[in-house]
Design a protein. Structure first.
Lengths: 288, 370, 232
């Protein structure tokens, strides 16, 4: 019986291995350098900008980009482990730490969009007239009005946390503060459903705006600026990363042609630009 | 039998020992299966009949012992040997396919081409009485039809030995009867060597040339059918082969090969090599006991004549089992006709007689006093 | 309600206009889950049959493991496969993370215990002496295994359906190991999650409808075969 068991198992494994090898994509036969792992955020992917930029980049350089859309937190975690080649994220404080600890190199500013505070048309916390976003958040807390947070360590979530911090409020655990753990689009839908306030990026809001019924109640505040940087992962720390590909992508993102595409993206569809190109500028100069 | 007509030993088993869960379930020092003969294995449940069959068929590996087929040790895991034998089980164990495909299974396994299968199979379907069912799905067969298919499947590969494990046990009597008849005929026509186990004495008698009585994993007695049936080696065999009257007694006197034994309630005359004072078991088959309403019966050579009273009459198929109290219990088989002719009924006085030569004696050695 | 209706209409629109992207996603789903099912069949039927027929020390433990594996959460499989396939992980040199191959691998890991468990039960359910009968007919060990598997073909068909059904609808592992890359490793389930996340509910519903149609079609065919052979 034992021999039979071994023989049958052996045969099965051989066949299975054969099938698995057949299933391997021809891409694996191509040199590893062709693959470039780009870790970015769901909101960036959801905006649709990458659907335009990535094919352009691939066509121009011949790289095959694997866009892995996760939260900023996870993107940077991947970078820290050398499991991504280049990051495109929008969480400046975390990014600075990322570079400072040696995980990333040559952090370059690419573009920005802005966040907006949206909420129910009735505006129960009366934030519409607030002088600043921090002020608006204080009012929401004071009124105990429902606030939806993404709660997923994304760039949006980090920005939101920063505002609460500036307002000197700790919303966690409070009854009116609910964390969805979902992407931007879904969180907006939840907010619309439950008639609550939330912080959103303009791009996602614009693409859903008609169906939402959740008007903008606060915008334009410098604190609401959402700045995107491209950061190659440090090849010294992680020799396996595709350093050449990462550099090519970086250069591409700040090139004049790309910046032009960014500038005109969405204008036709939404009547206004979703992103604002910032290559070469200094972060502190924005919004002034 | 002269040496030329003595059948050859087709399969020889030596020192077979099979253990299961630490318990010895089969212990056979020697067993011969003779070519062209049917060997029947009988014994109570758990005697080891199935285990012995499986071992002889090369399907069960014994803990110890060897099998020699045509004088050669069975090797190669028994595969070559298995290609030359066949086995039929109590359940038909048919495949989920047509009757034709089932019967062809053994041939297909041997790689025989479709053309030859098409020529060979129909003949066996006919011979086993399932020719009209060739296209029928095995799921839709009656018990008898299924077992016929299983038999056809076994025989179509022209096996050198056929092993049958109680093949008719789960069939109703008329079906069983018909099948035994057909099998008997085929075995005789093809001179196929067979080893069959059965519960049913009648089955053994019809099919077997040799009989092996098993008990507790051992063979209690093996030999030609008549020998085992009429001259059981011990009490167990005696009771098992259907000797209904077994009387313990002591030899009173011996004269010229004929002796008188005192049994409880009477004296019996029998034939045998015994010594006075020896303890014996007198075995009398019920078929050898004659009942009569005349006392004494006229013109008989039977030296044992007893009068007694009928205690019980039990119908047993084609005849009746009559128990007569002659001081000791004597069991006789009587046909229904005789029963009616003699107006036998419980409580009636009859004369029971049997010949001295009908008594089979098992020697017991000195009996304890009392 | 009209959202669902909208979604159904969109589904038919996408199907009839043979929308290139949706077509690609659908074909990839079929290819990936089909391949994974085939792999799981080979391993599952072989191992299941072998364990069903063999007696060896620790067999009880193996059977328990197989039965536990049947309920293995796909997401857990996805996590562990990802960790293994990471660049710096033990199988990183294969470089198949974020490829359809990785999805096939993860799905095969999910489906194999299911097929193995059902095969094991089906073979054990066959009459006890059937194995001996087949050997007595002169079958080689290989022939015997083949004939036993043939006898158990009806429940094995159920195993195929269970395996395929489980993985065509799997999403957690598929996202983790596949990366949901457009035109490359995006399948029906991962695309549905993404569109839902974006708030494009009509597209999400459309994709779900297509997914269910696909699952239904495959199962209808397999069920037809199974019921045709059903003992009466």
């Amino acid at each position: 019986m034992k021999r039979e068991l071994q023989r049958v198992l052996g045969a099965a494994l051989v066949v299975a291995a054969f099938l698995t090898v057949m299933a391997l994509p021809t891409c694996a036969a191509a040199p590893a350098q062709k693959n470039l792992i780009l870790a970015t955020t769901t909101s960036t992917q959801d905006s649709g900008l990458l659907d335009v930029l990535i094919p352009a980049f691939e066509k121009k350089t011949g790289y095959f980009v694997k866009t892995i859309a996760v939260g900023s937190g996870q993107a940077m975690a991947m970078g820290r482990k050398g499991e991504a080649d280049v990051l495109l994220v929008h969480s400046p404080d975390a990014e600075k730490k990322f570079v400072a600890e040696g995980s990333g190199v040559n952090r370059l500013i690419v573009m920005h969009n802005d966040f907006i505070v949206v909420g129910p048309a009735a505006d129960p916390a009366a934030i519409k007239g607030a002088k600043s976003t921090v002020e608006a958040f204080k009012k929401i807390a004071a009124a105990g009005s429902l606030f939806l947070s993404r709660g997923d360590n994304s760039g949006t979530h980090s920005k939101e946390k920063g505002i609460w911090k500036a307002a000197g409020i700790n919303p966690e655990g409070q009854k009116w503060y609910q964390e969805t753990g979902l992407g931007m689009g879904q969180t907006l839908n939840v907010a619309a459903e439950k008639k609550g306030y939330t912080l959103a990026d303009r791009g996602t809001w614009l693409s859903l705006q008609q169906k939402l019924g959740l008007p903008i109640l606060k915008e334009g505040d410098p604190i609401l600026l959402n700045v995107y940087h491209v950061i190659p992962v440090n090849p010294v720390k992680w020799p396996k990363v595709n350093a050449d590909g990462a550099k090519a992508f970086s250069d591409f993102m700040v090139s004049a042609e790309t910046q032009r595409i960014i500038k005109t993206f969405g204008v036709e569809k939404y009547g206004g630009a979703l992103f604002f190109p910032d290559a070469g500028k200094k972060e502190d100069d924005l919004g002034k | 039998m002269t040496p030329e007509t003595m059948p050859e030993v087709l399969l020889k088993a030596e020192n077979l020992l099979v253990r299961r869960g630490g318990v010895t379930v089969l212990d056979i020092p020697a067993l011969d299966v003779l070519s062209g003969q049917v060997l029947a294995l009988i014994g109570p449940n758990g005697a080891g009949k199935s285990t012995l069959l499986l071992t002889l068929a090369g399907l069960l590996k014994p803990a110890r012992g060897s099998l020699l087929f045509r004088g050669e040790k069975i090797g190669n895991g028994g595969f070559d040997y298995r290609r030359r034998i066949a086995m039929v089980f109590q359940e038909p164990l048919l495949f989920d396919a047509t009757v034709f495909d089932n019967v062809a299974a053994g041939l297909k396994i041997r790689g025989i081409g479709r053309a030859e299968i098409g020529r060979t199979v129909p003949e066996y379907l006919e011979r086993f009485g399932v020719g009209h069912l060739a296209k029928r799905s095995a799921r839709k067969l009656s018990g008898g039809e299924a077992q016929r298919t299983s038999l056809a499947r076994a025989f179509v590969t022209k096996p050198e030995i056929v092993f049958l494990d109680e093949p008719f046990s789960s069939l109703d009597p008329p079906t069983r009867d018909a099948l035994i008849g057909d099998l008997e005929q085929i075995l005789r026509e093809t001179h196929t060597t067979a080893v069959a186990s059965t519960h049913d004495q009648m089955e053994a008698l019809r099919l077997a040339d040799r009989l092996a009585v098993m008990n507790g994993g051992k063979i209690a007695q093996i030999g030609p059918v008549a020998e085992v049936m009429n001259r059981p080696a011990d009490k167990f065999v005696a009771s098992f082969v259907g000797v209904e009257t077994v009387l313990p007694g002591r030899v009173l006197s011996v004269s010229d090969g004929v002796f008188v034994a005192a049994v409880e309630g009477g004296e019996i005359q029998a034939v045998g090599h015994v010594r006075t004072g020896e303890g014996v078991l007198c075995c009398i088959r019920p078929e050898h006991v004659t009942l009569s309403t005349n006392a004494p019966p006229l013109g008989t050579s039977a030296r044992n004549v007893f009068s007694g009273i009928i205690r019980t009459i039990t119908p047993l198929g084609l005849f009746h089992r009559v128990r007569v109290d002659c001081g000791f219990d004597l069991v006789a088989y009587v046909t229904r006709q005789s029963l009616e002719e003699l107006l036998l009924q419980e409580g009636k006085s009859v004369t029971a007689s049997f010949k001295a030569t009908a008594v089979h004696v098992i020697r017991r050695g000195a009996l304890p006093p009392g | 309600m009209d959202l669902i209706l909208e979604g159904i209409l969109k589904a038919f629109y996408l199907i009839f206009t043979l929308d290139k992207e949706v077509l690609g996603i659908t074909l990839l789903s079929l290819k990936v889950s089909g391949t994974a099912t085939l792999i799981s069949l080979f391993i599952g039927i072989s191992v299941g049959t072998a364990v069903a027929l063999a007696r060896f020390p620790g067999r009880q433990l193996v059977v328990s493991l197989i039965n536990t594996g049947m309920g293995l959460p796909p997401v857990v499989v996805g996590l562990f496969v990802t960790i293994f396939l990471w660049r710096n992980g033990p199988l990183g040199f294969l470089e198949i993370l974020y490829t359809p191959t990785a999805i096939i691998l993860a799905q095969a890991v999910i489906a194999t215990p299911i097929v193995t468990g059902i095969t094991l039960a089906s073979i054990q359910h066959l009459p006890a002496n059937l194995r001996l009968q087949i050997l007595a007919l002169g079958a080689t060990r290989v022939q015997m295994v083949w004939l036993l598997v043939k006898e158990a073909r009806l429940p094995l068909l159920a195993a195929v359906m269970a395996g395929f059904g489980g993985i065509i609808s799997e999403v957690g592992a598929s996202i983790m190991v596949g990366g949901n890359i457009r035109g490359y490793s995006r399948v029906l389930t991962t695309a549905t999650v993404m569109e839902t996340g974006r708030g494009n509910f009509d597209v999400a519903i459309a994709l779900s409808v297509i997914l269910m149609l696909l699952a239904f079609l495959v199962n209808a065919i397999l069920t037809q075969i199974q019921q045709r052979e059903r003992p009466r």
